[in-house]
Design a protein around this ligand. Sequence first.
Ligand SMILES: [Fe+2]
Length: 138
Amino acid sequence: MIEWKEEYAIGISIIDEQHKKLFEIASDAEELLLMSNNIDKFDEIIDIINNLTDYVAFHFAAEQEIMEEIKFPKYFSHRVEHQDFIDELQKMNISAIDKDQQSQLLHIINLVIDWITEHVLEKDKGFAAYYKQVSEKL
Ligand SMILES: [Fe+2]
Protein backbone atom coordinates (compact mmCIF):
# COMPACT_ATOMS: atom_id res chain seq x y z
CA MET A 1 0.00 0.00 0.00
CA ILE A 2 1.31 3.40 -0.96
CA GLU A 3 1.32 5.66 2.07
CA TRP A 4 3.28 8.69 3.24
CA LYS A 5 5.51 7.99 6.23
CA GLU A 6 7.28 10.33 8.62
CA GLU A 7 10.66 9.21 7.25
CA TYR A 8 9.78 10.91 3.95
CA ALA A 9 9.56 14.30 5.65
CA ILE A 10 12.23 16.74 4.48
CA GLY A 11 11.37 19.25 7.22
CA ILE A 12 9.92 22.08 5.13
CA SER A 13 6.26 21.71 6.02
CA ILE A 14 4.76 23.33 2.92
CA ILE A 15 6.79 20.96 0.72
CA ASP A 16 6.02 17.93 2.89
CA GLU A 17 2.30 18.64 2.50
CA GLN A 18 2.76 18.74 -1.26
CA HIS A 19 4.71 15.47 -1.24
CA LYS A 20 1.79 13.89 0.66
CA LYS A 21 -0.47 14.88 -2.20
CA LEU A 22 1.84 13.02 -4.62
CA PHE A 23 1.38 9.93 -2.48
CA GLU A 24 -2.39 10.40 -2.65
CA ILE A 25 -2.30 10.44 -6.43
CA ALA A 26 -0.06 7.34 -6.50
CA SER A 27 -2.44 5.66 -4.09
CA ASP A 28 -5.38 6.46 -6.43
CA ALA A 29 -3.42 4.75 -9.19
CA GLU A 30 -2.76 1.76 -6.95
CA GLU A 31 -6.45 1.47 -6.06
CA LEU A 32 -7.35 1.52 -9.73
CA LEU A 33 -4.69 -1.11 -10.48
CA LEU A 34 -6.17 -3.43 -7.86
CA MET A 35 -9.70 -3.17 -9.26
CA SER A 36 -10.88 -5.97 -11.50
CA ASN A 37 -9.12 -5.84 -14.85
CA ASN A 38 -12.34 -6.67 -16.62
CA ILE A 39 -13.36 -3.04 -16.47
CA ASP A 40 -12.24 -0.28 -18.81
CA LYS A 41 -9.91 2.01 -16.85
CA PHE A 42 -8.78 4.24 -19.70
CA ASP A 43 -10.58 7.44 -18.62
CA GLU A 44 -9.47 7.06 -15.01
CA ILE A 45 -5.85 6.50 -16.06
CA ILE A 46 -5.93 9.66 -18.16
CA ASP A 47 -7.40 11.53 -15.17
CA ILE A 48 -4.57 10.28 -12.95
CA ILE A 49 -1.92 11.33 -15.46
CA ASN A 50 -3.54 14.77 -15.77
CA ASN A 51 -3.79 15.16 -12.00
CA LEU A 52 -0.18 14.17 -11.59
CA THR A 53 1.01 16.47 -14.39
CA ASP A 54 -0.90 19.46 -12.98
CA TYR A 55 0.15 18.77 -9.44
CA VAL A 56 3.85 18.35 -10.13
CA ALA A 57 3.87 21.55 -12.19
CA PHE A 58 2.48 23.39 -9.16
CA HIS A 59 4.70 21.56 -6.68
CA PHE A 60 7.96 21.93 -8.65
CA ALA A 61 7.28 25.64 -9.11
CA ALA A 62 6.80 26.00 -5.34
CA GLU A 63 10.06 24.17 -4.62
CA GLN A 64 11.97 26.15 -7.22
CA GLU A 65 10.67 29.43 -5.86
CA ILE A 66 12.07 28.64 -2.42
CA MET A 67 15.36 27.53 -4.02
CA GLU A 68 15.65 30.84 -5.83
CA GLU A 69 14.92 32.77 -2.65
CA ILE A 70 17.67 31.04 -0.70
CA LYS A 71 20.01 30.91 -3.72
CA PHE A 72 20.32 27.14 -3.52
CA PRO A 73 23.61 26.23 -5.26
CA LYS A 74 22.21 23.11 -6.94
CA TYR A 75 19.14 24.89 -8.26
CA PHE A 76 19.78 24.20 -11.95
CA SER A 77 20.57 20.50 -11.67
CA HIS A 78 17.58 20.09 -9.38
CA ARG A 79 15.40 21.85 -11.90
CA VAL A 80 16.61 19.49 -14.63
CA GLU A 81 15.41 16.52 -12.56
CA HIS A 82 12.00 18.15 -12.19
CA GLN A 83 11.82 18.62 -15.93
CA ASP A 84 12.86 14.98 -16.51
CA PHE A 85 9.92 13.82 -14.41
CA ILE A 86 7.51 15.99 -16.41
CA ASP A 87 9.05 14.60 -19.63
CA GLU A 88 8.48 11.02 -18.41
CA LEU A 89 4.80 11.78 -17.88
CA GLN A 90 4.50 13.42 -21.26
CA LYS A 91 6.13 10.42 -22.92
CA MET A 92 3.22 8.21 -21.89
CA ASN A 93 1.51 6.97 -24.97
CA ILE A 94 -2.28 7.11 -25.33
CA SER A 95 -2.61 3.99 -27.46
CA ALA A 96 -0.29 1.99 -25.18
CA ILE A 97 -2.47 3.07 -22.23
CA ASP A 98 -5.55 1.90 -24.07
CA LYS A 99 -4.04 -1.45 -25.04
CA ASP A 100 -2.33 -2.38 -21.82
CA GLN A 101 -4.01 -0.52 -19.01
CA GLN A 102 -2.63 -2.53 -16.09
CA SER A 103 1.00 -2.29 -17.09
CA GLN A 104 0.68 1.42 -17.87
CA LEU A 105 -0.86 1.98 -14.44
CA LEU A 106 1.99 0.08 -12.89
CA HIS A 107 4.38 2.28 -14.85
CA ILE A 108 2.82 5.43 -13.33
CA ILE A 109 3.05 3.96 -9.83
CA ASN A 110 6.69 3.02 -10.36
CA LEU A 111 7.49 6.48 -11.68
CA VAL A 112 6.17 8.05 -8.48
CA ILE A 113 7.81 5.49 -6.18
CA ASP A 114 11.18 5.92 -7.94
CA TRP A 115 10.71 9.67 -7.69
CA ILE A 116 10.15 9.48 -3.95
CA THR A 117 13.15 7.24 -3.33
CA GLU A 118 15.60 8.79 -5.79
CA HIS A 119 14.60 12.43 -5.78
CA VAL A 120 12.65 13.30 -2.63
CA LEU A 121 14.73 11.25 -0.20
CA GLU A 122 18.04 12.44 -1.64
CA LYS A 123 17.86 15.67 -3.61
CA ASP A 124 14.96 17.28 -1.76
CA LYS A 125 16.51 16.34 1.57
CA GLY A 126 19.75 17.99 0.43
CA PHE A 127 17.83 21.11 -0.47
CA ALA A 128 16.05 21.06 2.90
CA ALA A 129 19.38 20.78 4.72
CA TYR A 130 20.64 23.87 2.88
CA TYR A 131 17.36 25.66 3.61
CA LYS A 132 17.81 24.94 7.32
CA GLN A 133 21.39 26.27 7.27
CA VAL A 134 20.31 29.48 5.57
CA SER A 135 17.31 29.98 7.89
CA GLU A 136 19.49 29.56 10.98
CA LYS A 137 21.73 32.42 9.79
CA LEU A 138 18.79 34.83 9.40
FE1 LIG B 1 12.55 18.48 -5.92
